[in-house]
Write a protein of this length. Structure first.
Length: 365
């Protein structure tokens, strides 16, 4: 579907209507909300608790390793300053929930790696990883513009995550109580949850306070809270969301593909390819560090390292911001972000789909 989007998009055959491309970001966000809610409804918290330390480390260690890799590699390979390399690293360091989350939900549905908590681990990490990286990105771009680093921005990383979890769990529990007292059809329940999810996303976008909350984490934890109180309802709603995802998946991946400008590939050359490949090796080393002492087999660790490499959503969303701000590195950052999407989104998706049956153990029914 990513390749379909690239082919149909404005940089290839240009067959997608401009009115659809104009609301592409909103459609992608709706699709992401649907899959995150579905993930929350199916997330096994008991398994996640058993692997608590690695789940926590996966939220920031791989991204930090990749950022350090960019700081080492980018100045020499791309001729940028250390601060520009930090901005580039912050753009590239996020994993793509659009690619990773649907596949981890599929693994949980099929029972692969569930006993070891592997899809739950990757799901939890991928959901928080983006928040961490986006805050770093806004800090580094501010520093490059001469604003200086803000302590509040760094404090906001854990605060926004914790607030997102609290808000999501609270709403999930309240909805469970409401659904118990007020008998409505499951379809209406889905519409209620979707409405609340859209409201949370809109509130986060409009918040101008120094301390905010993560709407995407809150949305996922609505499903977790509902599951804890009304498991039977959560299972039925997960089926409804799976049907919604059939259409949302097409929108998400085709529209992410449509943002990719394949014309950039010829401009960046081998140096950018080497830099991205090198940064991914740093990221995989970070995942390996997170998994030390977990007792996972070598193949399971290899799968987790592969599954944590795809780039797409965040890079498509923030890759063009340095250029829009008039930063000297803007064109290079956008070019490298696009190249990272082109290389890692299809390759990462293929690696997950090809390897999970070979490297993970299926739970017995």
């Amino acid at each position: 579907m990513l390749i379909t989007g690239i082919v149909l998009g404005p940089y290839a055959l240009n067959l997608l209507d401009q009115s659809i491309l104009g609301i592409s970001a909103d459609l992608r966000k709706i699709a992401l909300i649907i899959i995150l809610t579905r993930a929350g409804l199916g997330l096994d918290i008991a398994s996640l608790k058993k692997i608590g330390r690695p789940a926590f480390l996966m939220c920031f260690v791989p991204a930090t390793f990749e950022l350090v890799g960019m700081l080492i590699l980018a100045p020499g390979l791309m001729g940028v300053t250390l601060m520009e390399a930090a901005v580039m690293g912050a753009v590239l360091a996020a994993v793509s929930p659009a690619v990773v989350v649907p596949r981890m939900v599929k693994l949980m549905d099929e029972g692969y790696g569930v006993k070891e908590g592997i899809p739950q681990l990757i799901l939890a990490g991928a959901s928080v990883d983006d928040v961490y990286v986006i805050v770093l990105f806004s800090t580094f771009t501010g520093m490059l513009q001469g604003e200086g680093a803000s302590v509040i921005k760094f404090i906001n990383i854990p605060v926004s995550i914790i607030l997102g979890i609290i808000i999501g769990l609270t709403l999930g529990v309240l909805l469970a109580v409401y659904f118990q007292k007020i008998h409505i059809r499951d379809t209406v329940k889905v519409l209620v949850i979707l409405s609340i999810s859209f409201l949370l996303a809109a509130v986060e976008d409009r918040l101008t306070t120094p301390v905010t909350f993560s709407a995407l984490i809150a949305i996922m934890f609505i499903g977790v809270g509902l599951q804890k109180k009304r498991e039977a309802v959560a299972k039925r709603l997960a089926v409804k969301y799976a049907k919604l995802w059939v259409a949302a998946e097409v929108f998400l991946f085709v529209l992410v593909g449509a943002t990719v400008n394949i014309g950039y590939l010829g401009r960046v050359g081998v140096r950018a390819l080497l830099m991205i490949a090198g940064a991914l090796l740093f990221r995989m080393a970070g995942v390996w560090v997170c998994l030390l002492g977990t007792g996972l087999k070598r193949g399971e660790k290899a799968f987790t390292m592969l599954a944590y490499t795809p780039k797409a959503t965040v890079q498509a969303a923030i890759g063009g911001i340095p250029l829009a701000l008039g930063l000297a590195c803007g064109d290079t950052v956008l070019t490298v972000a696009v190249l990272a999407i082109v290389l890692t989104a299809p390759a990462g998706a293929f690696a997950i789909d090809w390897s999970y049956r070979k490297l993970l153990t299926k739970a017995e029914e």
